[in-house]
Design a protein. Structure first.
Lengths: 443, 166
């Protein structure tokens, strides 16, 4: 088989296999098996020995140890119930503003995004309390859905982030630098969302009315106290995780471990830590971790055969052979990632795309850190684009009956557009990504 | 066969809870090492590898439990729209053409991989020199547990096709 046909047939087979509803990890692996056997002359021993080797590679990768730790940290934070408390504070502070509760949701999401590295637990915790709250006050249903989905998704972009940890594991880029690089793009997106909600509701107050005055009867002293008590704990966590990283006290994995301890301390402080809560958090952590890492194993199998048979070179030749400007090729790659994001989850895309596109981007003169961050910003959309988007599923799981899946789909559209705006800003204004790593790590 | 399915489900349900708790020593070891190294300036020789071992055992031994609870991400947009009977058929066929070749083949390779390591009594390269063959053995154990859980699901689907629920 020529490398070109390997590339085409493998992706075609994968796409068919994907929609059969079998776990993605095994579908990726099975396509790897099939083409490994055909392409390498049918020696199962060799093919599977390679896969076993790759699997041990995943087991032996110290950086990836941060993944379960960050997930556990998020689960513990969920146990502590800080999300609810923080939402209440933001709700009071932003109540007098049109669209204020939407802004409150986004603000809480940003604080949580900066203290955890995943999407699920945070989005569900905030969604559970915020959605009924906003709907009760007559907020526009699609906009409410959009705020929760888009805000919750920031969790995996604003550091710490397991997506960046995994990208670092895949490419040998420093996770610390990736964290630094993703900060400003993450805050840029958050800023865009908040501005959008404020402007929409400012023009049309029916979409997001101000709170009735009797609900905002708090003295300044009370407000200050609320801010201190609810904002301080997440700040403590952020300091623990990112502080230890930036000062260089700890590796990413150790920072994640400290974060897990920090979140547990908070759960104790809020008197929510029981043995049952610990077991539940552990079980939830196991399910997510195992899903992610087994998908890693399957993706590795697919990818090692794909690259081994020259599929990666074929795609690279195709892209470079276009003789288009580097920027045009970059847009093609971003378009492909966006398209895949509609159907496959973010990790599947990272595993498939990174080894293929990374070298192309480097060939075209893009800094690997810059390119990697663009991919991760782009993958924000993979969470929101139907038919397959995690954030949509999480919200659907907790949405009250009056919020239908159509509301959710409709609600995320403006936010996906804003994500494109954010991505374009990052593409055309490189310092958004590259400035902070330079300031922190020099060079 | 019904007994087999129930036994496998119960086994993985039971084991899974304990595997999940491995996260606690993982957090503990990582933190212990940071404190010893940064506060007392006396790093251990074993913590680094111990972390990796706990992490690997955690996700591999938990793979079957995750499968039991249907939490391995799958794209079921089309699948959900199918009639139940066709879903069962698709599930049976995908088990044979996707799950068996990959998970089955990988389990077999993992047995050989670990077997080689056990035969040579392989030790780690570090100063601590732990017997790394024990860790490598976790790979076939986790994968075989996953495979058997898949098999149980397959048998259950066959029973469902015949109109029996286990």
């Amino acid at each position: 088989m020529s490398p070109e046909s390997v590339a085409i047939y493998m992706f075609a087979t994968l796409f068919v296999a994907l929609f059969l509803g079998h776990p993605l990890a095994f579908s990726l692996g099975a396509v790897g098996v099939l083409f490994g056997l055909i392409g390498w002359g049918g020696s199962p021993e060799q093919v599977f020995a390679l896969f076993a080797n790759k699997t041990y590679g995943v087991m032996d990768e110290y950086v990836l140890v941060a993944v379960p730790l960050f997930i556990f940290m998020a689960q513990m934070l969920d146990v502590s119930g800080i999300a609810e408390a923080l939402f209440h504070t933001m709700h009071v502070l932003w109540g007098p503003v049109r669209g204020g509760l939407g802004i409150a949701v986004l603000m809480v999401c940003v604080v949580f995004a900066a203290s955890t590295g995943v999407v699920g637990a945070t989005e569900v915790a905030i969604g559970l309390i915020a959605v009924p709250n906003l709907l009760k006050r007559g907020y526009d249903i699609p906009m409410t859905a959009g705020c929760v989905c888009a805000g919750g998704t920031l969790g995996i972009l604003i550091p710490p982030s397991i997506m960046l940890v995994i990208y670092g594991g895949l490419t040998n880029l420093s996770v610390g630098k990736l964290f630094a690089a993703a900060y400003l793009p993450g805050f840029l997106l958050a800023g865009l969302y908040i501005a959008y909600v404020a402007i929409r509701c400012g023009i049309n107050p029916q979409m997001g009315p101000v709170l009735p005055p009797e609900e905002r009867m708090y003295t300044v002293g009370q407000k200050v106290w609320m801010v201190v008590t609810t904002l301080l704990p997440p700040v403590f966590l952020i300091a623990m995780v990112l502080g230890s990283l930036v000062v260089g006290v700890a590796t990413t994995t150790e920072a994640a471990g400290l974060g897990a301890v920090g979140a547990t301390i908070l759960a104790i402080a809020y008197r929510k830590l029981t043995w049952t809560a610990i077991v539940e958090a552990s079980v939830a952590t196991l399910k997510i971790t195992s899903m992610v890492m087994i998908l890693f194993v399957g993706g590795n199998a697919f990818q090692s055969v794909f690259m081994g048979l020259g599929g990666g070179d074929a795609v690279a030749d195709l892209l470079l052979g276009l003789k288009a400007s580097p920027l045009a090729v970059l847009f093609i790659m971003m378009g492909i990632v966006f398209f895949l994001g509609c159907f496959i989850d973010w990790l599947g895309i990272l595993l498939i795309v990174t080894p293929v596109f990374g070298p192309v981007a480097q060939e075209l003169g893009f800094d690997p850190l810059y390119f990697g961050t663009l991919i991760c910003v782009n993958l924000q959309m993979a969470f929101l684009t139907p038919p397959f988007g995690y954030s949509l599923f999480y919200l659907r799981g907790i949405a009250p009956p009056e919020m239908t899946i159509e509301h959710i789909y409709k609600g995320v559209v403006p936010f996906v557009c804003l994500q494109w705006v954010g991505l374009l800003c990052c593409i055309f204004y490189e310092p958004l990504i590259m400035w902070l790593p330079k300031v922190i790590f020099g060079e | 066969m019904k007994k087999f399915v129930r036994a496998v489900d119960a086994f993985n349900e039971f084991i899974g809870k304990y595997v999940a708790l491995l996260i606690l020593p993982l957090v503990g070891v990582v933190t212990y090492e940071v404190i010893l190294r940064k506060v007392f300036h006396s790093p251990t020789i074993w913590a680094f590898e111990m972390t990796v071992y706990l992490y690997g055992a955690h996700f591999l031994l938990g793979a079957a439990y995750t499968y039991l609870h249907d939490r391995h991400v799958r794209i079921d947009i089309l699948y959900q729209k199918l009639p139940v009977r066709i879903q069962l058929w698709v599930s049976v066929v995908t088990f044979l053409v996707i799950f068996v070749p990959f998970v089955g083949g990988l389990s077999w390779a993992a047995v050989l991989y670990a077997g080689h390591s056990i035969a040579t009594k392989e030790l780690s390269w570090s100063a601590w020199k732990p017997p790394v063959y024990i860790y490598k053995t976790i790979m076939p154990i986790g994968l075989i547990m996953l495979f058997v859980q898949g098999l149980a699901r397959f048998v259950r689907d066959i029973y469902r096709l015949r109109g029996e629920e286990i």
